[in-house]
Write a protein that binds this ligand. Structure first.
Ligand code: NAD
Length: 281
C-alpha cells in the first residue's frame, strides 16, 4: 500500500520513517520545501546512522530511503491507500486539507489525522466520505515510541478501526483503541502533569530544573515536564492545552497557564527555536 503523509515536521517525518522502514512507498508532502528537505535529509541521516551501528542493514536503510518521495504536489496522492495528516493543530486548516485530499484520492483510500486533541468527528465532518476517517495518534519521536492511539469517530465505518489496528501493528507499534474524547488517553493524563508543574513554578515551590530533576531522578519519568514541553514545542503543546480545556467545557482541571501562553506568543517554542523554558542557543 502506498501511504501519503501531510506535514513533514517532527511528527510527519517520524511517521514517514516508520512506514518507509515497514516497506511502504511514502509520499511525504509539505507546503514548505525547506521543511521537506530538512525532513528527508534527517530521515536519511538517521537510517544511515542506524546502519552504521548495525541496528539495520545498509541495504535496508538505502531501500527505505528510496521508498520516500518528498512532494509539494497533492496530486501525487492519487494512488494512496492511506493518507495521514500531521500538520498544524488547527481544526479549520486540517478540514481544508482533507477537502483537498478527497479531490485527489480514490473512494477506498483511508484518511487519518495525527491530531493530539481535536475531535476526530469534527475533522471527519469536513469530508465527503467521513466513514473512511479515523485518528491514528503517534507519540514523539514516532520511530522510538511504541504506543499509537487508534481513535474511531462516530462516523467511522465498522471494521476500519480493526483494519488500522492490524496495519499499525505490522509497523512494529503497539496500538491501543480509544474513544474520541479530548486528548484521548495520554494527552488527557498529561495535561494536569504539565499544568501542575507550571503551577509549582509559578508559586515558587521549586525552580524548573529541580522539578525536572525530581521527576526524572526520583519519579522515574524519562523526561521532566519542562524539558518535555520544550521537546514537544510550545506551539503544539499550548494549542493542545487550549483545545482540551475548551473541549471539556472549560473545566478548570485543564486550564492553560499564562506562563506557557507568553512563551507561545513570543515564538519561544522550545528546542525547535532554541529557546523555551530553557535556553538551547
Ligand atoms: P510541526 O510544526 O513540527 O510540523 C508541522 C508541519 O506541517 C510543518 O512542516 C508545516 O510546514 C506543515 N504544514 C502546516 N500546514 C500545512 C498545510 N496546510 N499543508 C501542508 N503542510 C502543512 O508539528 P508537529 O509537532 O509535527 O505536529 C503535527 C501534528 O501532530 C499536530 O496535529 C500535533 O498536535 C500532532 N502531534 C504532535 C506531537 C508532538 O510531540 N510534537 C505528538 C503527537 C501528535
Amino acid at each position: 500500500m502506498i501511504i501519503g503523509i501531510i506535514g513533514s515536521g517532527a511528527m510527519g517525518a517520524g511517521i514517514a520513517q516508520v512506514v518507509a522502514v515497514a516497506g511502504h512507498d511514502v509520499y511525504l508532502l509539505d507546503q514548505s520545501a525547506t521543511a521537506l528537505e530538512k525532513a528527508t535529509a534527517g530521515i536519511a541521516s538517521t537510517l544511515r546512522k542506524l546502519a552504521d551501528k548495525g541496528k539495520i542493514s545498509a541495504d535496508a536503510a538505502e531501500a527505505s530511503i528510496a521508498r520516500l518521495r518528498p512532494t509539494t504536489d497533492m496530486r501525487d496522492f492519487a494512488g494512496c491507500g492511506l493518507v495521514l495528516e500531521a500538520i498544524v493543530e488547527e481544526l479549520a486548516v486540517k478540514q481544508q486539507v482533507f477537502r483537498q485530499v478527497e479531490a485527489v484520492v480514490s473512494a477506498e483510500c483511508m484518511l487519518a489525522s495525527n491530531t493530539s486533541s481535536l475531535s476526530i468527528a469534527s475533522i471527519a465532518a469536513a469530508c465527503q466520505r467521513p466513514e473512511r476517517f479515523i485518528g491514528i495518534h503517534f507519540f514523539n519521536p514516532a520511530p522510538l515510541m511504541a504506543l499509537v492511539e487508534i481513535i474511531p469517530a462516530v462516523q467511522t465505518r465498522e471494521g476500519l478501526a480493526e483494519e488500522v489496528r492490524s496495519l499499525v501493528h505490522s509497523w512494529g507499534k503497539l496500538p491501543v483503541l480509544t474513544k474520541d474524547t479530548p486528548g484521548f488517553i495520554v494527552n488527557r493524563v498529561a495535561r494536569p502533569f504539565y499544568g501542575e508543574a507550571i503551577r509549582l513554578l509559578e508559586e515558587g515551590v521549586a525552580d524548573m530544573a529541580t522539578i525536572d530533576w525530581a521527576l526524572t531522578e526520583l519519579g522515574g519519568f524519562r523526561m521532566g515536564p519542562f524539558a518535555l514541553m520544550d521537546f514537544i514545542g510550545h506551539d503544539v503543546n499550548y494549542r493542545v492545552t487550549e483545545s482540551v480545556f475548551s473541549s471539556f467545557f472549560f473545566d478548570p482541571r485543564f486550564k492553560p497557564s499564562f506562563t506557557q501562553k507568553r512563551l507561545f506568543e513570543a515564538g519561544y517554542y522550545g528546542r525547535k527555536t532554541g529557546r523555551g523554558f530553557y535556553n538551547y542557543a
